[in-house]
Design a protein around this ligand. Structure first.
Ligand code: PEP
Ligand code: MN
Length: 252
């Protein structure tokens, strides 16, 4: 699977799923729900970068196995975060390797994923400039891997009402400076579920090539990032609005 086949040049790619894989049943049922709503890919973290070392750190290998089961059950390609070079060999069955915001400048990891033949979704760090972001992408490209997807996931600004601020201007600024596809993650960018749909629509209107959205069937009991997760029905409504918006803008 090459990025050219599923993102950019009119292909709008929606990646959806829980922040973290919690059980086989959880990830399979969410995978079915997001697929039915029209998502093209499934997300789910097995290795989780948490601010506190006492928070749930992910199911690790077991989580990747459940993600594989969800991929087999639905046919959806899967996206999952790799946090270190040592774990990279475990990502054989993961279709897109996510490099998280915290690892945007982990140059050894960037070089290692650059040596793979897999698409890499690189998230922008919370306080990094677009030039730094693009230089990190360059580390992957320089190793011969041209399949890089940039993900704007919110930056830290002086206002702390919500988790972050989606830098939607980054979409067109990045498109001006690179041919790489740019997606927006309104879930981490806001941290609160009710603000996710408007920012997702705004990102699509701003020209993003896709979105990454956290969806959970029981957000109140989620082990990670429940406050920003959309329920499947809310996600379905958003997908319908996105279809209408893209049609009105003649993108689809
Ligand atoms: C995530 O996608 O769950 C995640 C941890 O994202 P970020 O690296 O943007 O914080
Ligand atoms: Mn998350």
């Amino acid at each position: 699977m090459h990025t050219k086949q599923f993102i950019g040049q009119g292909n709008f790619c929606v990646i959806a799923g829980p922040c973290t894989v919690e059980s086989e049943e959880q990830i399979v049922s969410i995978a079915k729900a997001v697929k039915a709503a029209g998502a093209q890919m499934l997300r789910g973290g097995a290795f989780k970068p948490r601010t506190s070392p006492y928070d749930f750190q992910g199911l690790k290998e077991e989580g990747l196995a459940y993600l594989k089961a969800a991929k087999e059950a639905t046919g959806l390609p899967v996206v999952s975060e790799c946090m270190g070079v040592a774990e990279l060999p475990l990502f054989e069955d993961v279709d897109i390797i996510q490099i998280g915001a915290r690892n945007m400048q982990n140059y050894e990891l960037l070089k290692a994923v650059g040596k793979t033949k897999k698409p890499v979704m690189l998230k922008r760090g919370i306080a990094h400039t677009l030039t730094e972001f693009l230089m990190s992408a360059e580390y992957i490209l320089a190793e011969g891997n041209e399949q890089v997807i940039l993900c704007e996931r919110g930056i830290r600004v002086f206002d702390d009402t919500v988790r972050g601020t989606p830098d939607l201007l980054a979409v067109s600024l990045l498109h001006e400076r690179t041919h790489l596809p740019v997606i927006v993650d309104p879930s981490h960018a806001t941290g609160i579920a009710k603000h996710v749909p408007p920012m997702a629509l705004a990102a699509a209107a701003a020209g993003a090539d896709g979105l990454m959205i956290e969806v959970h069937n029981d957000p109140q009991r989620a082990l990670c990032d429940g406050a920003q997760a959309l329920r499947p029905a809310e996600f379905e409504t958003l997908m319908e609005q996105l279809r209408k918006l893209r049609e009105a803008l003649s993108c689809s």
